[in-house]
Design a protein around this ligand. Structure first.
Ligand SMILES: [Zn+2]
Length: 161
């Protein structure tokens, strides 16, 4: 589907995977993990692109680029259904970036979250210098979308070299 997709950083998924491992092991913070995803969104491709990361119940990552469409996975369904690792619900987290936007749940994001809220525990949107997290576990009605962290002095960790 993304015929025009040019990958400058071939190991971009590995970089995100490494950051997730480091985060799980406690050597980097949750914020740095998100920052790494945001940086790949800006530096891994010919232009800034949206990245989506699903963390499943077994802490396996399912990563796609180009569209935040959780439901269709927009031509990258193989990531979900044909990979060696089968996705296990409920998801621990649905993460996606807004490379040029703020961290907020768009109307499409909210619609997606409402469809999937019983099959995932959290959703995170990473935007410009901030991220926004929603927890669904204790709030199936989704009344408590809230900003848990806003990075005011954001500096890029990974400079795209
Ligand atoms: Zn979004």
């Amino acid at each position: 589907m993304f015929d025009d997709l040019v990958v400058d950083k071939e190991n971009w998924k590995d970089i995100i995977g490494k950051a997730f491992t480091d985060y799980r092991e406690g050597s980097i913070s949750e914020y740095v993990f998100y920052d790494t995803i945001f940086e790949m969104s800006h530096f891994a491709f010919d232009k800034a692109r949206e990245i989506q990361v699903l963390i499943d119940a077994n802490d396996s990552l399912f990563i796609t680029v180009g569209s935040p469409s959780f439901v269709s996975f927009d031509g990258q369904e193989d990531v979900l259904y044909e990979s060696a690792v089968k996705i296990k619900f409920p998801l621990k987290c649905w993460i996606h970036t807004h490379p040029f936007g703020k961290a907020y749940f768009s109307s499409t994001d909210v619609k997606t979250a409402r469809i999937w809220r019983h099959r995932m525990k959290e959703a995170v949107v990473i935007g410009n210098y901030e991220y926004f997290k929603a927890k669904f576990e204790d709030d199936p009605a989704m009344d408590s979308f809230y900003m848990v962290h806003r990075v005011e002095d954001y500096t890029l960790v990974y400079q795209g070299e």
